[in-house]
Design a protein around this ligand. Structure first.
Ligand code: GLP
Length: 243
């Protein structure tokens, strides 16, 4: 794992967007997994700008969504679906056939997990996974205590996730379970970027980078990834001893 500290959120997001465009220039049929949430929002905006400016062809990539709130419909603007549709798919004119998101309204969530696992295998594995970090150290919905060996799965949400997650919704949402790629996907991904910005993420970044590697703090698995990059701004780096 490598740590990269940027002067601010803008330059961090710019670097992350560049990672994506450079990957696609080298591998037009790359498999790319992105997280939704506040952190990658600017990366997505800058990605759209770069793709248009540099005329990068994204029509052959396979897009995988990291996670989704179980029971939240795709037209709810707090859903991950809604985020991806509006931040990426619509502005970049993605075709439905290249986008793969969990259907969190499905009556058969196990089948949804198998479907996404298979799509990843059939397309040769994930080339780039861009993730955020929750206030409890989760990645996607890999909550504290989760096995490092899971692929896609459904999981009960941690209390922190339920309360922090309300920030995405206009009215109080009933959040109980999440459906998510697993940490086995992260370990097998050819490259992983974990992004974090702002002082509120300084504590979780310290644990991620300098803490014990434990499934009680899922993001600590980043320390084991040979091609993993923790990309943060100065505020999120504030508590690190070695920087
Ligand atoms: C959410 C999502 C994650 C996201 C993380 C951080 O609950 N499940 O995929 O990366 O928490 O979100 P944010 O970037 O809004 O801080």
């Amino acid at each position: 794992m490598q740590l990269k500290i940027y002067k601010d959120y803008q330059s961090l997001s710019d670097a992350a967007a560049t990672e994506i465009t450079e990957l696609v220039k080298n591998k037009p049929n790359a498999v790319i997994c992105l997280a939704s949430g506040e952190t990658p929002r600017l990366t997505c905006k800058l990605l759209v700008e770069k793709v248009k400016k540099e005329k990068v062809d994204l029509s052959h990539i396979t897009f995988i969504g990291l996670d989704e709130w179980v029971g939240i419909p795709p037209d709810n603007d707090g859903s991950c679906h809604y985020f991806f549709q509006n931040e990426i798919f619509k502005p970049l004119h993605f075709s439905a056939s290249q986008t793969n998101l969990f259907d969190a309204m499905s009556g058969n969530l196990e089948e949804e997990c198998k479907k996404i696992d298979s799509i990843i295998v059939e397309n040769g594995g994930i080339d780039l996974m861009l993730v955020g970090i929750g206030m409890n150290g989760h990645i996607g919905f890999n909550e504290p205590g989760v096995s490092f060996d899971y692929y896609a799965h459904v999981i009960d949400l941690d209390d922190t996730t339920v309360s922090v997650g309300q920030k995405y919704f206009k009215t109080t949402a009933t959040l109980k379970e999440g459906i998510t790629l697993g940490l086995k996907h992260l370990q097998e991904s050819k490259k992983v970027l974990l992004l974090a910005n702002g002082a509120k993420k300084a504590g979780v970044i310290k644990k991620t980078v300098e803490g014990e590697i434990t499934n009680e703090f899922p993001a600590s698995i980043m320390q084991t990834h040979p091609n993993g990059f923790v990309m943060i701004d100065k505020e999120a780096a504030a508590l690190l001893e070695n920087k």
